[in-house]
Design a binder for this molecule. Structure first.
Ligand code: SF4
Length: 265
């Protein structure tokens, strides 16, 4: 049996102390150990950004690739090597701005991988600009009057694009992040995980608390196969945490038989 430590490289993370990305790295390595996936059977792919440094901190086949291009690279890898467990990580700028055009098409292709977006509502690596998910009312160090454009609802976008597995977690809730990522990796198709994370350096200290206070666990009787309910859940202002939508696996397996041909057809 593997342990979380088996998935950590010798590189020491250069993230700021208190960055939410630490929690995601820890939750991911724990989830991989839960599933006992051997590091030599694992590929972790990212784009560019603070959170996209994560593959370097894992012991796996790791690729810190091109800005916004992690999904097509991971798709090519998984199609060529279907035996590899494929994990894609990145930030909200990388995934919802520069790389947004790739997201619905990766969902359509439905190639088996987990895509975890570490959403801190900011461009951290380039020192604090507003990202596609920065809420208008949140004043950033570099946007004292607040962001001027309305934020994207990435989870609604992913759901409406037909994603078979849609979940949300919070980087500060390690057991929850671990469990959600474990289920996403197990899912036999394209699985999207929205991870709420904080940037302690370029956001006001109150930001993380504001986001945390807006989170609610999905009720125990939430039915993740109910698409209409899932749309309702992600259309609310508050952040529901848990597995929001999960297409029944039997249907997903049938859809997986010809993932690329389906997309091209
Ligand atoms: Fe994390 Fe922000 Fe520091 Fe980047 S700048 S490592 S997102 S705390």
């Amino acid at each position: 049996m593997t342990t979380a430590k088996d998935y950590r490289s010798d590189l020491k993370p250069v993230w700021c102390a208190g960055c939410g990305d630490y929690g995601v790295l820890k939750g991911l390595t724990q989830a991989l150990a839960d599933l006992d996936i051997l590091p030599e059977n694992l590929a972790v792919i990212s784009g560019i950004g603070c959170s996209s440094r994560l593959p370097g901190y894992t012991r796996s086949y790791a690729f810190n690739s091109i800005h916004g291009r992690a999904l097509p690279i991971a798709t090519g890898l998984k199609v060529a090597r279907p035996d590899m467990t494929t994990v894609v990580v990145g930030g909200d700028g990388d995934g919802f701005s520069i790389g947004l055009g790739h997201l619905p098409h990766a969902i359509r292709r439905d190639v088996d991988m987990m895509y975890a977006v570490l959403d801190n509502g900011i461009y951290g690596l380039t020192k604090g600009q507003a990202s596609p998910t920065t809420a208008v009312e949140f004043k950033l160090e570099r946007h004292l009057a607040g962001a001027t454009e309305r934020p994207l609802n990435p989870v609604l976008l992913v759901l409406s694009s037909g994603c078979g597995f849609v979940a949300r977690t919070h980087a500060g809730n390690l057991p929850h992040a671990r469990a959600v990522m474990r289920e996403a990796i197990r899912y036999p198709g394209f699985a999207f995980v929205h991870v709420l994370a904080g940037c302690v350096t370029y956001q006001k200290p109150s930001y993380a608390k504001q986001i945390y206070d807006m989170c609610d666990m999905l009720p125990e009787d939430h039915d993740p196969t109910d698409f209409a309910r899932a749309v309702e859940v992600v259309s609310q202002e508050r952040f529901a945490l848990g597995i929001i939508y999960r297409r029944p696996v039997a249907l997903e397996k049938a859809g997986q038989a010809l993932p690329i041909a389906t997309a091209q057809g």
